[in-house]
Design a protein around this ligand. Sequence first.
Ligand SMILES: C[S@@+](CC[C@H](N)C(=O)[O-])C[C@H]1O[C@@H](n2cnc3c(N)ncnc32)[C@H](O)[C@@H]1O
Length: 334
Amino acid sequence: MRSTRAGRQRPDPSGLSPDASCERTRNLPRPRRQPGERVGERGLEISGRRRACGQGLGLRLHLARLSGGPVAAAPSSEYTRRMDRHDEALSRAFDQQAPLFERSPVQSDQAALARLVTFAGLPAGAHVLDAGCGPGLVAEAFLSAGHRVTGVDLSAEMVARARVRCARFGDRGSFSQGRVQDLPAAAVHDAAVSRFVLHHVRDPVDFLAAQVARVRPGGVVVASDHAADPEPGRARWHGEIEVARDVTHVRNLSAGELVDAFARVGLAAIRLVEEPLELDFDEWFDRGTPRASKDEVRRMLLAGRARGFEPVPRPDGRITIRLVRALVRGERAA
Ligand SMILES: C[S@@+](CC[C@H](N)C(=O)[O-])C[C@H]1O[C@@H](n2cnc3c(N)ncnc32)[C@H](O)[C@@H]1O
C-alpha cells in the first residue's frame, strides 16, 4: 500500500513495493506560454488537455530549443489525445527532454550500449522490440549488431529522432508512437529490450508482462535501469530526489525487485549484472522536468546517500552522482 496526497492508502499496482507514487503527475499546473511563443511552437500544444511537467519547464523548453528544436514536424497526435494522464505527462516531458537526452553522455555511452547488446545474447538477425525506444540509441546499437528493431515510444519527438538516427538501417528499423502495453498482442519478436523505462511506468510487472506477451516462446526479455537501494528508507530518500528532478519519475526498483518482477511474469533463467554509472548533477538536472529548483534538489542530494545514489562533491564545486545500473535478462519458456 502507499499514500496518496490525500493521505488515503491504495495498493501499488506492481505489488512490488509499498511506496511508489504516480500521484505526482496529477494536478500539475498548466504551463504558461512563453513571451513571444506561438501556439504549437513547443510541440506541446496537443489538445485542450495540455498538462505541465512542473516548475522550470520554461527553462527546459528554452534549453530544448537551444539544442536544436524538435525533429517531429507535429508531435501532437490523435494517439497523444487518448493517453491517460501519466502517459500523457510522460509523452510531453520526453518531447521536451529529447534533444538533451539524446546527447547526454550517459545515454549515448557507446561502450555501455555495446555491453547491453552483448548481455542480451541474441541469435543473429533477431527481431527486437525496443520498449520505450526514446531517440533510438538502444535501437541503433542492436541494428548495428545486425538485428532488426521495432521501436515504440509514448513521445512523438523521441520517435521522430529514432527514425532519423536509424534511417541508415532502412527497413530493418521501424518506429512508432504508442504505449508498449497497447501493441498488438502477437508473439512475433525474438526479444524485447527496455532501457531506463521501468522507473517511469506505474506498474513495472504489467510493463514486463506486455513484453513477454510479444516475444515468441524461447525469446528473451532484457531490462536495464538504475537500481534503488534495497533499504526502504534510503530508497525513499533517493526517490524523493528523483521526483523533485523529474515529475514523470515513478520509482526505481532495487536489483532484487527487478529480478522478482522478471520471475513474476514467468521468465526463467534470470540473470542479473550490476555495473557502476556516474552522472554529473548539472547535466542530469538540466535535462529533467523538475518540480523543485536546482538549488533545492542539490541541497536534498547532499543531505544523504544510498546504494545506487551517492553524491560525490568534486573539487571544482560540481557533484558526481554514483549510480548502480542493473541489467536483467530472462527467457520465456519454449
Ligand atoms: C528515459 S527514456 C529512455 C529511452 C531509451 N530507452 C534509451 O534508453 O535511450 C524513457 C522513455 O520511455 C518512454 N515510455 C515510458 N513509458 C512507456 C510506455 N508504457 N510505452 C512506451 N514508451 C514509454 C518515454 O516516452 C521515454 O521516451
